[in-house]
Design a protein. Structure first.
Length: 212
């Protein structure tokens, strides 16, 4: 599994995002206001993410006007996100998506988040934000550590703050059954260090985007 993770990312991330963008455009053309806002946010992004798979290697995922490309080295698009994650975790997610032709299903493409958010980028306003995340109880893997940084070029070794959350609670938030705010207030999203900027951004982004 580990030795196959980087090729899977190179081969499938661009096509998966292209499908997700196409679906958003269909919904936006049909008048869906949420799709219009999401599409505008994604298409305004101009940046890349440095993705390091622990012990295996790294690649760069770049977004420009809704198009996503993958390369082994940094190009002209500036690095705005740096991430380090175990390859087993990425391989597990991609492996599930690839089973039985799942990448051909509209639902699979819709579940893919944008590579970055212009709204989040504007709210951060160039300030670095770094954290270490522990996802507990991931099926087949146990606890999964993630290093994540915004407006930095390397995954952070010393983070500004830390987060810890159970996999089941993360999935519940992803499925819309709860919110990060509810998880935090209920003690299920545990945070340490200086996370004041993260809370400030969360409150700001909870407000609906301005209508054009």
């Amino acid at each position: 599994m580990t030795t196959q993770t980087l090729p899977l990312l190179r081969d499938h991330i661009p096509s998966l995002y292209a499908k997700a963008i196409a679906l958003l455009r269909q919904k936006a053309a049909a008048g869906d206001p949420g799709a219009k806002a999401a599409l505008a946010d994604i298409e305004a992004v101009d940046g890349s993410a440095r993705v390091r798979l622990t012990g295996e290697g790294e690649l760069y995922v770049s977004a420009r006007r809704g198009a996503v490309t993958v390369a082994d080295t940094a190009g002209e698009i500036p690095v705005k996100v740096a991430l380090e994650v175990p390859p087993q975790a990425v391989g597990l997610v991609l492996g599930e998506a690839l089973k039985d032709g799942a990448l051909d299903e509209a639902a699979a493409a819709q579940s893919v988040p944008p590579i970055a958010s212009k709204r989040f980028e504007d709210a951060l306003a160039g300030r670095p934000l770094t954290c270490h995340i522990k996802v507990r109880g991931v099926p087949e893997l146990g606890d999964v550590p993630v290093k994540l940084g915004f407006n930095v070029t390397e995954p952070p070794e010393t983070p500004g703050f830390t987060c810890e959350i159970a996999y089941a609670d993360l999935e519940a938030a992803r499925d819309g059954k709860t919110t990060p705010q509810e998880l935090f207030l209920g003690g299920k999203l545990k945070m340490g260090g200086d996370y004041s900027l993260a809370l400030q951004l969360a409150m700001q982004l909870m407000q609906p985007p301005a209508q054009a």
